[in-house]
Design a protein around this ligand. Structure first.
Ligand code: AMP
Length: 415
């Protein structure tokens, strides 16, 4: 018989781990709402050209990593590799700029990139992201960084650093790139074949090259941060002052260019020192709305890789809050359902089993599931009008009058 397995680079997130995902999602949502961001949900499937135009035709994502295909009508479509292009499309298509001067959105969901899978890199992965439209001031850049920093604090994730840089605006970026091109031509013999192509197609991207030889050769190249025009320099200075005042752990990194074409001025990445991996990336994209057919509206945002956040979340959750009901015999099952209805009313989480097992089997199941509290109900207890509440960790149990169950459990569970 054919055995089905999942596609390479895709994952199942099982219940043992899913509580961590829910915790991270909940905290991100809470923090975004606190900062006045509202959720936007956009399709997972879009026209392929949206990403080609939005992300840039010479980026790795578009050239090598898109899940693209023709639908039944022959339309060229793609699974979204990131969220910004779709949010920008939705912002323009729904003319949200006509309704408000500043729009703050957050989104969450799966993204797809056909890259080589490895630790922390999947073909389906989850991003939580925010986008702010309508503000050019550096304080908006500061706000999204602060929001991310506060969220990481709330998740008790430490050892993170914000790498920041400025890519300048249309004006200074162009003059820098022509200078960079000149310099790259001079050292092109020492560069890998990919970088040789980048010189022509997208010179900034050479800084993303992982090849050791290239990295050495690139060391003495000019950096964009030294080529910024006055306005961009001021924008960056205000942001750096903001980060200093708010105790955000950052490092100015002149070689940080990010893998997407749309960035202008601020770019940043958050790295986890412990895992030596990027957990988030973002920046400003002042021309994208306009380039995609909308009005001239500046924007800034970030995306966090939730798959990379999960291993950094402490593994301290116990299943204390779920009561395991052991119902011994038919009468206990009938009574048990009555108790369950009371639990539902009082929002007490519970779990039970109706398979007529032995008490010892039930206890083994409960301890395997790391349930701290068990209720045991058999004929004896029903006749006496009590239930047994067992503390599985301490191995002690007590009889409780039926009418006092809810109160007692609420006290034990502190809920
Ligand atoms: P990007 O959209 O490339 O700026 O990435 C933003 C963040 O998404 C990164 O810092 C990662 O945390 C995460 N990310 C990007 N690609 C992947 C992937 N293939 N697998 C898991 N996480 C990813």
């Amino acid at each position: 018989m054919e055995i089905f397995i999942k596609l390479r680079g895709m994952r199942d997130i099982l219940p043992e781990e899913v509580w961590k995902w829910q915790k991270v999602e909940k905290i991100f949502i809470e923090m975004c709402e606190l900062f006045g961001y509202r959720e936007i949900r956009v399709p997972i499937l879009e026209y392929k050209n949206l990403f080609v135009r939005g992300i840039g035709s010479s980026t790795d994502i578009v050239m090598k990593e898109m899940y693209e295909f023709k639908d039944k009508k022959g339309r060229e479509v793609a699974l979204r590799p990131e969220g910004t292009a779709s949010v920008v499309r939705a912002y323009i298509e729904n003319q949200i700029y006509n309704r408000e001067k500043i729009s703050r959105f957050y989104y969450y969901g799966p993204m797809f990139r056909y890259d080589r899978p490895q630790k922390g890199r999947y073909r389906e992965f989850y991003q939580f992201g925010v986008e702010v439209f309508g503000g050019k001031n550096s304080y908006f850049d500061g706000e999204v960084i602060l929001l991310l920093n506060e969220t990481l604090k709330k998740l008790e994730i430490s050892g993170t650093t914000f790498l920041i840089n400025s890519l300048g605006c249309k004006n200074c970026k162009v003059s820098y790139i022509s200078e960079l091109k000149n310099q790259l031509m001079k050292i092109s013999d020492s560069l890998c074949s990919d970088c040789k192509i980048r010189i022509e197609k997208n010179p900034l991207r050479v800084f993303d090259c992982k090849n050791e030889n290239c990295r050495l050769s690139l060391k003495n190249l000019p950096l964009i941060i030294d080529y910024l025009c006055e306005e961009c320099r001021f924008h960056f200075k205000v942001l750096v002052d903001f980060l200093n005042r708010n105790n955000i752990n950052y490092r100015i990194t002149g070689s940080l260019v990010r893998g997407l074409d749309y960035y202008t001025k601020t770019v940043f990445e958050v790295i986890s020192e412990k895992e030596d991996i990027a957990i988030a990336g973002g920046g400003r994209y002042d021309n994208l709305v306009n380039d995609m057919g909308g009005p001239d509206i500046p924007a800034v945002g970030f995306a966090v890789g939730i798959d990379r956040i999960i291993p950094l979340v402490k593994d301290d959750e116990k299943n204390e809050k779920v009561i395991y009901l052991i119902l011994l015999g038919e009468k206990a099952k009938i009574k048990g359902i009555e108790i369950i209805k009371k639990f539902i009313n009082k929002k007490i989480n519970f779990e039970t089993d109706y398979e007529d097992r032995k008490l010892s089997d039930y206890l083994r199941i409960a301890s395997k599931k790391r349930r701290k509290w068990c209720i045991i109900l058999g004929e004896n207890e029903i006749d006496k009008g009590v239930i047994i509440l067992k503390d599985m960790e301490r191995g002690i149990q007590e009889e409780i009058k039926e009418e006092e169950i809810i109160e007692k459990i609420k006290e034990k569970l502190k809920c």
